[in-house]
Design a protein around this ligand. Structure first.
Ligand SMILES: *[C@@H]1O[C@H](CO)[C@@H](O)[C@H](O)[C@H]1NC(C)=O
Length: 174
């Protein structure tokens, strides 16, 4: 495949190919972790472990929140995506608010029924890139969902990829 005169260039190209292959593999994995068909960011991350949330302020329902939500990076002091959902006793949404949130703001997850207006407010928090797709509707989903294994699994995958890259490079050199 590689002639002697071109072998260095050839190896470099091969290595680049493997990199692209592994990177696209990561994209697919990341896509699997995210819910639904969320757009993946093409702009560079502003800082390590940066993420985005669906962001909208007091919109009429979830569809209109996600449809027109701002697509921007969360500030560095935030760690989670928070969703506030107000709905009537018939389950009809009256207000959806989504934003980036600190750990402190996420202490208020759960559902509260307001007797005076007969409306219910549910708040949920989640961790990860654009994780706040759905809205909380009851105590089952009005929770603080944290990805415990994120850092470990991320570094494991990196180690596996590095090993794979080293192995393939050795094969090419031989
Ligand atoms: C909570 O809401 C979800 C989604 O609307 C529904 O699938 C689930 O059955 C509900 N759980 C309870 C305990 O009502």
């Amino acid at each position: 495949m590689c002639t002697n005169s071109m072998s260095l260039l050839c190896h470099i190209l091969a290595a680049a190919f493997v990199h692209i292959f592994i990177d696209s593999g990561n994209w697919i994995l990341a896509k699997n972790i995210n819910f639904h068909n969320v757009r993946l960011p093409v702009d560079p991350t502003p800082f390590p472990s940066s993420f985005k949330c669906f962001t909208c302020d007091n919109v009429v329902d979830n569809y209109n929140c996600n449809r027109w939500a701002e697509d921007k990076w969360c500030p560095q002091n935030t760690e989670y995506c928070l969703t506030v959902h107000h709905f009537t006793s018939h389950g009809r949404s009256t207000s959806v608010t989504k934003k980036c949130a600190t750990r402190e703001e996420c202490h208020f997850v759960g559902c509260r029924h307001h007797k005076d207006t007969s409306h219910t407010e549910c708040i949920s928090c989640c961790e990860g890139m654009i994780c706040n797709v759905e809205i909380p509707t009851n105590h089952t989903n009005a929770i603080f969902a944290v990805v415990h294994a994120r850092r470990t699994s991320g570094s494991n995958r990196k180690a596996v990829n590095t090993l794979l890259l080293a192995l393939i490079s050795v094969i090419f050199v031989l």
